[in-house]
Design a protein around this ligand. Sequence first.
Ligand code: PLP
Length: 338
Amino acid sequence: MLVDLRSDTVTKPSVGMLKAISSAKLGDDVFEEDPTIIKLEAMVAEMLGKESSLFFPSGTMANQVAIKTLSSPPGELICDKNSHVYLYESGGIAFNSGLSVKLLDGELGKVTAESVSAAINEDHVYLPESQIVSIENTHNRGGGSIYSMEELDSIVGVLKDTGIRFHLDGARLFNAVTESDYSASEFSRPFDTVSVCLSKGLGAPVGSVLAGSAANIRKARKLRKVMGGGMRQVGILGAACIYALENNIEKLKDDHIRAKHIAEAILNCSMIKSTLPVETNIIVAELKEGLKPDDILSKLRENNILSFAFGKNAIRMVTHLDLTDEMADHVSKVVRNL
Ligand SMILES: *Cc1c(COP(=O)(O)O)cnc(C)c1O
């Protein structure tokens, strides 16, 4: 038994999902004739309370196209220093959109209205025009932290009447929804564009969706094409994503419960100093002084557990759909005894 906690992207399509894929109705999606993709895009637009949505092969492409859709260089994007759009998209903000980035020092990855307000440039010939604020909910490097609606509303208050656009990297938005009183559409309301991943906790093999106004999504469709992301009978992936939305959202709760159990156990591990608060399915555990991630990763590997180094003195574990209670118990037992 191998327990892979490196990411919630490691899941394989279930039997039910494979059946949905094999019976998908298909057409040419560059001609906008794939009925399964049309259905998926309508479904996600509805769930996120937006006019329109567009399927993407990755969350990175969805975010990058969103940023390009909402900006016109020269200009600047404002985000937390640990944002996926900045840290893990290979410099795409500069490469694709010609923007500079102003980084904020968020708390568990979350930025405040005050810090956003202070980061907005005044209209001056020297200064890049502030064009986009991008946030992440849940926040990956923040340990799966969730924004409250009050926090989002106060950022919206700062952006009101500035013309600055607001993008949500909602790769794990449904994890946030699962642990809060708000629906996906309520959480999406403040934003011009919202990206969601179906290939993370929801278990599809491939796929992200970007939602927004009809005009922005029309523009995004062209930008997706210019990046080589126009796909043909892509309903085979769309069918997996529809299956994921219909069957797997409610299972995120189990991922969160298992993450809490593992986190409790890991606090008893002699190599671990502390963890970030575990709000959803991500456990970020800081090592005791003098230890390196490899010291614990190699011990975990000896026990058939895969995890990830997270910087120089922490590891990350992510729970997901393919993790059973038996596997989670194995992890808890092993870490308690390290
Ligand atoms: C995974 C992830 C993405 C998108 O990643 P892809 O691998 O390109 O699909 C974007 N944002 C966050 C926060 C993520 O965790």
